[in-house]
Design a protein around this ligand. Structure first.
Ligand SMILES: [Zn+2]
Length: 279
């Protein structure tokens, strides 16, 4: 089923890639929160059955009010992430606010993301919105989807990386971040999976787990590389946590509970994608 979804993610990455270029040309901010909301609106609009989103107004005194909690999976295998979006700064091709520290904050925003994610047993992740002149055709490692689909796409318009690996790498340059990231369509891609002959069914959550592990292991070729560096990647769970089950079932009375959850964890929104079944 998620061949369609994969293509949709690729198309959205292409859109982001081009929109950032145009926004820059026309001196429009087109910031990360706007991009995230645009992407999720389009997703929700198209895939009514298997996608749930819920966003919240920013809470007062929030440090990380725009972080999202995302869950992917199907049946008895689910993986959860705490996601912070960052948009590239041009023409430097840097994620300039990556190691930002708030005025009264005791730690960096990235450290905060990691700590908050871990205490909720979520994987801390960045979603980078990208455009590049220096790396016009980044990455061929994960290109196995688009052929014959009006491509090629700029798949790295939206890319995903483990926040601990980013912190360990310690660079805000796109060229350093690309090797430890993967394009976001890989979150939902099962294009190479032969559904007719293969059993058991494709495991989206396990695939995401493996992708994060693989990209994090490429973190560094420095001589002083710490051999013990090991980002926390929580394994897929057999059940969604209660609040996500509520979201999934679309229970009207759950609004208050979800809002309390978002407030407690300082979240800007929740998203759930069931990659099983038909879209
Ligand atoms: Zn695919």
């Amino acid at each position: 089923m998620s061949r369609n979804l994969c293509r949709h993610f690729l198309q959205q990455a292409e859109l982001v890639w081009r929109a950032i270029e145009d926004a820059d040309k026309f001196k429009l901010a087109f910031g990360e929160e706007t991009i995230t909301e645009t992407l999720l609106l389009e997703l929700r609009r198209r895939y009514k059955k298997n996608i749930r989103v819920d966003s919240f107004d920013k809470f007062e005194e929030s440090n990380n009010g725009a972080d999202w909690e995302w869950w992917f999976g199907h049946g008895t295998s689910w993986i959860g992430m705490r996601v912070q979006a960052k948009r590239i700064k041009l023409p430097e091709e840097k994620f300039a606010s990556l190691f930002y520290q708030g005025k009264n904050a005791t730690q960096l925003q990235i450290e905060n993301l990691i700590a908050e994610a871990k205490s909720a047993r979520l994987i801390p992740v960045y979603c980078f919105y990208t455009h590049s002149k220096k790396l016009p055709a980044i990455g061929s490692r994960y290109f196995h989807c688009y052929r014959g689909w009006n491509g090629p796409f700029h798949a790295y318009g939206c890319m995903i990386a483990h926040a601990e690996t980013i912190l360990y790498k310690g660079s805000m340059n796109l060229s350093d971040i690309v090797p430890i990231s993967f394009p976001w369509h890989c979150l939902v891609c099962e294009c190479q999976y032969d559904k007719l002959s293969a059993f058991p069914p494709f495991d989206t959550a396990q695939n995401i787990y493996d992708l994060l592990k693989r990209t994090s292991s490429l973190a560094d070729e420095r001589e002083d590389r710490d051999p013990d560096f090991q980002p926390e990647i929580f394994e897929p769970r057999s059940e969604l946590p209660e609040h996500m089950q509520m979201l999934y079932r679309d229970i009207a009375q759950s609004d208050d509970m979800l809002r309390r959850h978002a407030e407690e964890w300082d979240l800007g929104g929740l998203m759930l994608i069931d990659t099983g079944g038909r879209h």
